[in-house]
Design a protein around this ligand. Sequence first.
Ligand SMILES: [Ca+2]
Ligand SMILES: [Ca+2]
Length: 282
Amino acid sequence: MRNIGIITNAVTTTSHQTKDYHRNMKNIRVSSISTLLIAAAALLTAPGARATVVDLINGDSGTITNQYGTAIFDFTQPQPTGTGVIKPFLRVQNDPTEEGYNTSGGTPFDDKAGPWTHDLTFADLMTTAVTINGQNYFKLLLDINEPGGSKSTITLDKLQFYTSATGSLTTTTLSNLGTLRYSFGAGDMVNMDAARNHGSGSGDMFAFIPVSAFAGTASTDFVYMYCHFGNADFETSGGFEEWALVVNPIPEASTIFPIVGLLAAIFSTQFVRRRQLQQISK
Ligand SMILES: [Ca+2]
Ligand SMILES: [Ca+2]
């Protein structure tokens, strides 16, 4: 509606201006309206132009679609065993907002030092790949830690992935982290409530990041995941927020291939036996 308002105002203004120069200005009026209409159409169809707020405070799932693809965010209870191996790689903590990215080089921004903040390679990220409705995603787990009561809510309002041949970077200029592979658009966010899960544990959200956004990344490249939590409505506090890889419980390709080979051997043995039996019965 705002775009239509702009066009209406422009038409009104243009009409006043053309009163005295009716004939000469007629073409200009038509051309300026056309330009405005084209601009309005571009605004309406521009990818990522619409911010998405995923509500995991009241809902259990949501998606954010922009020029990098569609990412899925699901509320989750503390993890039962057998859902995959949880491997933490980034802890950030500060208030009323916090930001950071995984690295082994130091503690840029609000990174929390320790063994659970470290470099990742693309090969590491690939161990989390899952397929949902025919689309491939990298699966991450976010465990939030916030105080109870009115302070239990938190928002994730920036999420970006960069890849680089260089590990252990500590820059605070994000564009120096390498090639930007995935990012929230401006205004995209996921709202969460730590009170939905009681006590500390490996809740609270699964993030599914589209694999297609990483086309061309080498398996040896380092992956930097940058996140930013907290705004005026959803300030951060309490303990650290922790991101983890959810490593697939199913065997990796390297272990699948020997199984495929074994199955092929079994089937061919059966085939040979059947042929032998056929020959015997003749
Ligand atoms: Ca939690
Ligand atoms: Ca916190």
